[in-house]
Each structure stands twice: as structure tokens, then as C-alpha cells.
Write a protein that binds this ligand. Structure first.
Ligand SMILES: CC(C)(COP(=O)(O)OP(=O)(O)OC[C@H]1O[C@@H](n2cnc3c(N)ncnc32)[C@H](O)[C@@H]1OP(=O)(O)O)[C@@H](O)C(=O)NCCC(=O)NCCS
Length: 209
């Protein structure tokens, strides 16, 4: 970038050292879970950042458990950049990314519940989540005194989810090759509402300033 204005974008390989440093700084206070540089690099497609003046000033990631569930993790905005809508913009970008991937629901465990409630999340009981989620909590310094709140947001409507499933089924059939070696005729892929939204999908911007 050349103008120095903050810009929301997917993370790139060159961001990894900075992301690891941001996460490490906030993991000490238990605001986010620790993540190694290797782990960040391995899941880089699921990270979004805000860059300003050539430096990453905010970040967040999606931790995907499967087609039904993903977690918003590692949400951090540099102290001087807070209160300008960047935290919310990252959350919206992550929710949008989950929607494009056909993930039905996102959740978070946070002390910043207000931010998520303003972004369409609803508080829920931590007990509704699968046990594997709590394995990662073992790494948290506040594991025995957790003060985080669980919140969820449904990303896809039932109709969207059904359309996504139908397109996936069609894709499987369209690429199936019958015994005689010819593709099955007459199966044309039509884009789902989700796919259409993805094509025309806008990148979230801060709601203020
Ligand atoms: C939490 C954090 C990401 C917020 O970033 P931010 O850019 O200041 O947030 P935004 O400006 O987008 O705020 C959006 C809304 O959420 C609210 N909000 C922000 N931080 C909040 C918090 N800690 N608690 C409750 N509400 C909060 C804001 O008041 C704002 O509400 P409004 O739209 O009614 O004015 C930032 O303070 C941070 O990095 N904290 C340290 C790391 C951390 O705790 N991360 C969260 C882990 S899930």
C-alpha cells in the first residue's frame, strides 16, 4: 500500500512474525490463546489483518472445527488503533469468510462480549460446545479461573445451508464417472445463494470513521 490508510486484507506469509508477536503479547494476559508461528503459518488462509503504514495493526483468525462450526480466535487490535471499528471489521470479515466456506455457525470465547454482541453474536452456554474445544483451553494461563463468555452467531440460514448441501451433492454427481467412462450427462452446476454472495461479496469496512 502507498497511502498509509488502514486497509483490511487477508493475511500474507510476510505477516507471520508480526502476528506471532501480537498473539504472544496478548496470550500472556489470557486475552487470546497462545499460537506458535508454525501454527499461524499452517492456518494462514483463515487470518485477516488490518495494515496501516506498512504495519499490521489488527488481526483475527477463524479456527475451523468442521462444516458446522468455526471459532473466532486471536482477535487483537493494537492499543492506539482501538475504538475505530477495526475489531468489528475483522470479526465481520471472519464471519464472511466462514459463510463463503459454507460453515453454518461461528462462536467465540471472550471477555469482550460487547463487541461480539454488536456484531450479531448471542451469549450461549459454554457447555453446548464439543469437548475437543476445551482441550486448547488447557494452554491458557487462566484455565482454572476462566472469566470468558461464550457467544455464537449463525452464519447460514437453513435455506442457505440446504442450497450449499445441494450444490455439493450436484458437484459430486457431476464429477462421478459411470462404468463406461463417460461423465453423467445433464447435470449442470448452478451457483447457490452463498456462492453468488461470495462472488459479489464485499469486504467489511469499519462502521465508523
Ligand atoms: C477487544 C478489541 C479487539 C476491540 O477492538 P476495537 O477495534 O477497539 O473494537 P471496535 O472499535 O471495533 O469496537 C466495536 C464495538 O465493540 C465495543 N467494544 C470494543 N471493545 C470492547 C470490550 N473489550 N468489551 C465490550 N465491548 C467492546 C465498542 O464499544 C464498539 O461498540 P459501539 O459500536 O457501540 O461503539 C481490542 O480492545 C483488543 O485487541 N483487546 C485485547 C485483545 C482482546 O481482548 N481480544 C479479544 C479476544 S476475543
Amino acid at each position: 500500500m502507498t497511502d498509509g490508510l488502514p486497509r483490511l486484507r487477508p493475511a500474507a506469509a510476510g505477516d507471520v512474525p508480526r502476528l506471532a508477536a501480537m498473539v504472544a503479547a496478548h496470550a500472556r494476559s489470557g486475552d487470546v490463546l497462545p499460537r506458535s508461528a508454525e501454527s499461524i503459518r499452517a492456518g494462514l488462509d483463515d487470518w485477516w489483518v488490518v495494515e496501516a503504514g506498512g504495519e499490521v495493526i489488527a488481526c483475527g483468525s477463524l479456527w475451523v472445527y468442521g462444516p458446522h462450526l468455526a471459532e473466532v480466535r486471536s482477535l487483537i487490535v493494537d492499543a492506539p488503533a482501538r475504538g475505530q471499528g477495526w475489531g468489528r471489521a475483522i470479526v465481520e470479515a471472519l464471519v464472511d469468510a466462514a459463510r463463503r466456506r459454507g460453515i453454518r455457525r461461528v462462536f467465540t470465547l471472550t471477555r469482550a462480549a460487547g463487541l461480539f454482541e454488536r456484531t450479531g453474536f448471542h451469549p450461549t452456554d459454554k457447555a453446548v460446545f464439543p469437548e475437543k474445544i476445551w482441550k486448547d483451553c488447557q494452554q491458557c494461563p487462566l484455565h482454572d479461573a476462566c472469566d470468558e463468555i461464550a457467544l455464537t452467531r449463525d452464519v447460514l440460514t437453513d435455506a442457505d445451508a440446504a442450497a450449499t448441501d445441494a450444490v455439493a451433492d450436484e458437484a459430486i454427481e457431476a464429477h462421478a464417472v459411470p462404468l463406461e467412462g463417460r461423465p453423467i450427462a445433464g447435470l449442470a452446476l448452478s451457483p447457490s445463494p452463498v456462492a453468488r454472495a461470495a462472488r459479489g461479496g464485499s469486504i467489511a469496512r469499519p462502521h465508523r470513521r
